[in-house]
Design a binder for this molecule. Structure first.
Ligand code: HEC
Length: 128
């Protein structure tokens, strides 16, 4: 509905409107989970991106060293085991080996449960 406003304005005003709309969208989502997802994003960058890639495509620098057929998953696509939050958390607590997946997927058992929730919230933002 907001987008209708854009077409009736000049280029500068449109620009400002786009910024305002982007700001509103960010502010709106923060009440749901952005704060947690932001924290999770920091942990993701430190612990996951080297394998799963910055955007979750499975193309981090370490992924290049892992043989075909054993590659890190594309996190924006379907999962084999971590199909809900509880199973995703279990995967992070036990590692791939603990849930019947590849032992190359490392456990994050040193993290607090809320850190795991934050990571899960962040990974969801990578899904299309
Ligand atoms: C050393 C590389 C590596 C790191 C680091 C890593 N992963 Fe993985 N991950 C893998 C591999 C390999 C698989 C594929 C496992 C399989 O298919 O058996 C995988 C699979 C997954 C899956 C798919 C599980 C399923 O049910 O299909 C998720 C979700 C995931 N990783 C999340 C993460 C998160 C979140 C982090 C950071 C906390 C992380 N991974 C860190 C290598 C890694």
């Amino acid at each position: 509905m907001r987008l209708n406003l854009l077409s009736e304005r000049g280029p500068m005003k449109t620009h400002h409107t786009i910024i305002a709309v982007a700001f509103l969208l960010l502010a709106g989502s923060s009440s749901a989970f952005a704060a947690d997802a932001a924290k999770g994003g920091t942990l993701y960058a430190q612990r996951c991106a080297m394998c799963h890639g910055d955007k979750g495509a499975g193309d981090g620098p370490v992924a290049a060293t892992i043989p075909e057929g054993m590659k890190p998953r594309n996190l924006t696509a379907e999962y084999k085991y971590a199909t809900d939050d509880a199973k995703f958390k279990e995967l992070l607590q036990k590692g791939g080996a603990g849930v019947g997946l590849s032992p190359l997927m490392p456990a994050q058992s040193d993290l607090k449960p809320e850190d795991l929730d934050n990571i899960i919230a962040f990974v969801k933002t990578l899904k299309k």
